[in-house]
Ligand binder design. Structure first.
Ligand SMILES: O=C1O[C@H](COP(=O)(O)O)[C@@H](O)[C@H](O)[C@H]1O
Length: 225
């Protein structure tokens, strides 16, 4: 995507980044619920968003109007500690009143092919998201879109077989599906991600830069510049 359309914001501390991200989610939820009666949010996995999710469990929100999706999942048993959904449930979703049927977990325990097939069915009935949260790996991957892989952008959910970061079997939303959102927000913390940020800012074709948004992609950074 055009770098001009990427809005970089640096924070002085992890706490201030987490607070700003929580505020952004809360504000967009209120706005979406006001306009369309619902808020469709895609969650990032990994470790970076965990504090934001922990903060979100304490806000006051119209939880029944939230719909939750996952940008990617690792093909492991339900409740496995390495699953992205397990982290989100433990940090946040188990503690608020979002109805279970509004939380659309990727059925990754079925394996990449069957799981992606079923998640494609879930997503095919759906319009655009209101907010997509994403992270950035040291190798510049986002969701489970890894450098050197190719993606079928005609699909919403993709089977991933050879992720270089364990586990190798995963399911990911495609760049096209992640780009179907009113807002996109990346959360990036840690000096180990500096190389990936340099590549992104240099305009290299990295997975993170395949996700676009009409209103521009926001990138919240701490400890990278
Ligand atoms: O494996 C994954 O990694 C990325 C980055 O994770 P982080 O621990 O560096 O924050 C994450 O965005 C993705 O959802 C996850 O599956």
């Amino acid at each position: 995507m055009s770098l001009k359309n990427t809005k970089w914001q640096s924070f002085e501390s992890q706490v201030s980044l987490d607070q700003a991200a929580m505020d952004r989610v809360e504000r967009l939820a209120e706005a979406s619920i006001k306009v369309r009666g619902q808020f469709h949010l895609v969650l990032a996995g990994g470790s970076t968003p965990k504090n934001v999710y922990t903060l979100l469990k304490n806000i006051s929100a119209d939880w029944h109007k939230w719909q939750i999706y996952f940008g990617d999942e690792r093909c492991l048993e339900p409740n496995h500690q390495e699953r992205n959904s397990t982290m989100a449930f433990e940090a946040w979703l188990n503690h608020v009143d979002i109805p279970a049927q509004n939380i659309h977990v990727i059925p990754a325990e079925l394996g990449p092919v069957e799981g992606a097939h079923l998640y494609n069915k879930t997503l095919s009935q759906l319009g655009d998201f209101d907010l997509v949260l994403l992270g950035l790996g040291e190798d510049a991957h986002t969701a489970s879109l890894f450098p050197g892989h190719s993606w079928d952008n005609s699909l919403d959910a993709l089977a991933v077989f050879d992720a270089p970061k364990p586990p190798p079997l995963r399911i990911s939303m495609s760049p096209a599906r992640l780009s179907r959102s009113k807002s996109v927000l990346f959360l990036v913390s840690g000096i180990e991600k500096q190389t990936a940020i340099n590549q992104w800012k240099a305009g290299d074709a990295i997975p993170a830069s395949t996700v676009t948004c009409n209103d521009g992609v926001d990138v919240f950074c701490f400890n990278v510049s």
